[in-house]
Design a protein around this ligand. Structure first.
Ligand code: Z57
Length: 810
């Protein structure tokens, strides 16, 4: 039911009176925000209940997306949009003298994730609901999200993110759905009196897992799915065991913090326990629901339930499902295994060896003894079956337990019916290189699902100026159906549309320029090229290559202040894992280079560096609409997909990229003339690995430009980086430049020079920009989750959707 402005205003006032005993005129921003949030939540409460009931009544197969990270960011505007009340709310609030965008900033940015993986999970949640698919999220309700980043003397400093302070308007604590999770102690097997073995637990710790549910509101379709996040508590029965403050603390800390490093497995005990905690709680609640509401034989579970393992962090889904089916439901091993493999599916998100999870046998045994027993049995049976069919080495290389460690990727592949990569190139590399041995064993299990983004958030919500131009040019159907952005291709040569898109971009750039001035005191011109690199700080993503180019430009300008070039602002947003020393060194160097360049009168404002602190979803929403150039410059083969590349493209930025991850598919979508590609291909990178003939020292000796740039790090040109500059220099020369920055430097510089030239021809640039927007529709996560639903999960969209499509065709 549509809500009109007057009713909206009346209800807002009414709720404010009831909850705060206050008139709107006297209320603080916080109070208005919470009141509005409650109003919005009430608008979808019925649909939430109805959705749940419909799934139960129709016994619809549901998918549960298990992820150790979710990164929803702010939800107010997203919910308003999806409920069809964004415009009404904006206008009604304006009439009350309240600016919606300003009010929305009160909401804490929910950052229960590090980067791409967590944000992807949240884009999927949005799309699953918006496509009317029965699917839910399952994860951890961390008390503290990803750390807040500040810069002090150019160094990253981490502060706690107390996102729950002041309360979380969207969540519902579901006391009655709490479950118990057992960890530690010892387990042995004894006769259960019915001819089967049952595990006897000794000295185990019992944890209480309490779920907090958040509605995932679909776009104008009355579907509201559930994101269920678990929090740890001490069970009443165990209270007396935890009399020491320290014991309590340790337990309560289990869901306190998100691990801020997703690129390295530190092998921490707490992390493993976290993984088991949300996996066990999630699967128990699925099984409980199945038995109570679906009431089908447990052997038919896979007809009603699909579980997705997002990267290996939830890989314990496999042995935990086995545990429940065998120990509690008393299925035979064979039956249980059949069900488990059918229910589970797995996505791989990286080929970086250091990010592939392995746990030592010892730690696993101590922390999760029953899990270890089951994994051992899975491993033994795998070896037993496969050694009949395959050579010894192949089986040894693919088994789960090896060299004293449990390989979680192996467990995920063996224990599921589907393994997918996240972009075509990445999926191919899995088959041909990284998981080649598994591909020989299970060729049918491998498939690709190129990532996507929640296009409504990343266009309509974050970029209203552009959205209005699109409405005028091609109508509004693109808002529901991102594929319709294609219609924009008819306006490639329409000066009016090009001009209007340029104006929208300019507005966004001015807004970002204002924000930059306010937060960093750096004054940038909206006429300059806004060149953007936003992503986690990591060596393979090569923020340093970007910096090397900037230093080159700086040196060129020092030599010739009249150099003919476009003004440029290099914008960075990136957090480094607190323990990732080298990444922090790069941050320091970028910040010191910024100090130098931004304040050197010789540069005459031709180039500026802006490193915005605390990059998160909300900051991405400010930067992306204002970007002209999208830096996607990872070493080919290393970035599984990337997703900021898609968001920037959708907002009309031109991609400057290596042929890595989804960049390849972006190139295919826009054509070679509307993207700037440079650098080694993945094949060339692998060839270097094989020949081992790369010499960074030689590049340094033979290339005077590279020499001059690198010397700036050690000769005092960039101030205050005596140690950091040396480390950078050594990483490139002494340790032979692991990520081939110097090898790609010349071709990167050349591509940057072409961009400089192209920007000078504004019509040409606007055409490229339009073509990028027009072809971004294929990267909608609506499309991605539909592919998962059809090929992997076998879940079907809500019926009303089918009939609606039929109507459209007729
Ligand atoms: C993470 O954010 C990603 C991969 C990981 O293995 C971990 Br742990 C965290 C990223 C990839 O680096 C991106 O290339 C990809 O786009 C994203 O996951 C989503 O698939």
């Amino acid at each position: 039911m549509a809500l009109d402005k007057e009713t909206f205003k009346k209800e807002l006032r009414q709720r404010l009176r009831e909850n705060y005993a206050m008139e709107l005129e006297d209320a603080a921003k916080q109070e208005i925000f919470y009141t509005l949030g409650a109003l919005v939540k009430a608008r979808y409460a019925d649909a939430w209940g109805d959705t749940w009931k419909e799934y139960v009544d129709k016994k619809k197969k549901q998918v549960y997306y298990f992820s150790i990270e979710f990164l929803p960011g702010r939800m107010l505007k997203n919910n308003l949009l999806n409920l069809g009340m964004l415009d009404t709310a904006r206008e009604a609030l304006a009439e009350l003298g309240i600016d919606l965008d300003n009010l929305a900033e009160v909401e804490k940015d929910m950052a229960l994730g590090n980067g791409g993986l967590g944000r992807l999970a949240s884009c999927f949640m949005d799309s699953i609901a918006s496509c009317g698919l029965p699917g839910n999220g399952n994860g951890i309700r961390y008390d503290y999200g990803l750390f807040k980043q500040r810069f002090v003397d150019g160094y990253q400093v981490e502060l706690p993110d107390e996102w729950l302070q002041g309360g979380n308007i969207w969540e519902i604590r579901r006391e009655s759905k709490a479950v118990e999770v057992r960890v530690g102690g010892h387990v042995y097997l004894a006769d259960n009196g019915r001819g089967k073995l049952k595990p006897i637990y000794e000295n185990e710790q019992i944890l209480r897992a309490v779920p907090y549910d958040t509605g995932m509101v679909g776009y104008e379709n009355n579907v509201v799915n559930t994101l269920r996040l678990w929090s740890v508590e001490i069970p009443a029965s165990e209270e007396d065991k935890y009399q020491s403050i320290q014991g309590r603390r340790e337990l309560e800390d289990l869901t306190a913090v998100l691990y801020p490093d997703d690129s390295n497995e530190q092998g921490r005990l707490i992390r493993l326990t976290q993984e088991y905690f949300f996996v066990s709680a999630g699967i128990q609640s699925i099984i409980r629901h199945y038995k109570k509401r679906i009431q089908q034989p447990i052997s038919k579970l896979s007809e009603y339930v699909s579980i997705h393992i997002n990267d290996t962090h939830p890989a314990l889904c496999v042995p935990e499902m086995m545990r429940i089916l065998i120990d509690e439901e008393e299925l035979s091993w064979e039956q249980a295994w059949d069900v488990t493999v059918k229910v589970m599916s797995y996505t791989n998100h990286t080929i970086l060896a250091e990010a592939l999870e392995k746990w030592s046998i010892d730690l696993m045994k101590r922390t999760l003894p029953r899990m270890y027993q089951i994994i051992e049995e899975i491993d033994a049976r795998y070896v037993h079956t496969m050694q009949e069919l395959h050579p010894y080495d192949l089986v040894e290389n693919t088994r789960i337990i090896r060299d004293g460690q449990v390989h979680m990727a192996h467990l995920s592949i063996i224990g599921s019916h589907s393994t997918n990569g996240v972009a075509k190139l990445h999926s191919d590399l899995l088959k041909t290189v990284v998981l080649h041995d598994f591909y020989i064993i299970y060729p049918d299990r491998f498939n690709n699902k190129t990532n996507g983004i929640a296009q409504r958030r990343w266009s309509q919500i974050v970029n209203e100026p552009m959205s209005h131009v699109l409405d005028e040019a091609i109508g509004k159907t693109w808002r529901k159906d991102p594929g319709d952005l294609k219609l924009l291709m008819n306006y490639q040569s329409d000066q009016t549309v090009l001009e209007k898109l340029a104006q929208a971009k300019k507005m966004n750039k001015q807004a970002l320029a204002d924000y930059i001035l306010e937060t960093t005191e750096i004054d940038v011109s909206a006429d300059a090229i806004f060149d953007v690199q936003i992503k986690r700080l990591h060596a393979y993503k090569r923020q340093l290559l970007n910096l090397l180019h900037i230093i080159k430009l700086y040196q060129d300008l020092k030599e010739n202040p009249d150099l003919d070039m476009q003004k440029r602002v290099f914008i960075f947003g990136a957090k480094a894992a607190p323990s990732y020393h080298y990444a922090k060194v790069i941050i320091k160097c970028i910040n010191e280079a910024a100090q130098l360049i931004n304040n050197d009168p010789d540069v005459n404002d031709q180039i500026k560096i802006v490193f915005l602190p605390n990059y998160n979803v909300s900051l991405a929403e400010k930067i992306i609409p204002a970007a002209d150039v999208s830096e996607q410059i990872s070493l080919a083969s290393k970035e599984a997909s990337g997703t900021s590349n898609m968001k920037l493209m959708l907002n009309g930025a031109i991609t400057l990229a290596t042929l890595d991850g989804a960049n390849v598919e972006i190139r295919d979508a826009v054509g070679d003339d509307n993207i700037y590609i440079f650098g080694l291909t993945e094949k060339e990178v692998y060839a270097y690995y094989e020949n081992q003939e790369y010499s960074a020292q030689r590049m340094y000796d033979e290339n005077p430009v590279i020499r001059r740039v690198l010397n700036a790090f050690i000769d005092g040109t960039i101030p205050n980086i005596v140690y950091e500059g040396r480390e950078i220099f050594d990483s490139l020369i002494k340790y032979n430049d692991e990520y081939f920055l110097l090898r790609d430097f010349d071709s990167y510089v050349k591509a940057q020079e072409e961009i400089d030239k192209a920007y000078g021809d504004q019509t040409f640039w606007q055409q490229m920009s339009l073509i990028n927007i027009a072809n971004a529709g294929r990267f909608s996560s609506d499309e991605t989750v539909r592919r998962y639903a059809e090929d992997i999960w076998k879940v079907e969209p809500k019926d009303s959707f089918v009939t609606e499509d039929v109507q459209k065709v007729q």
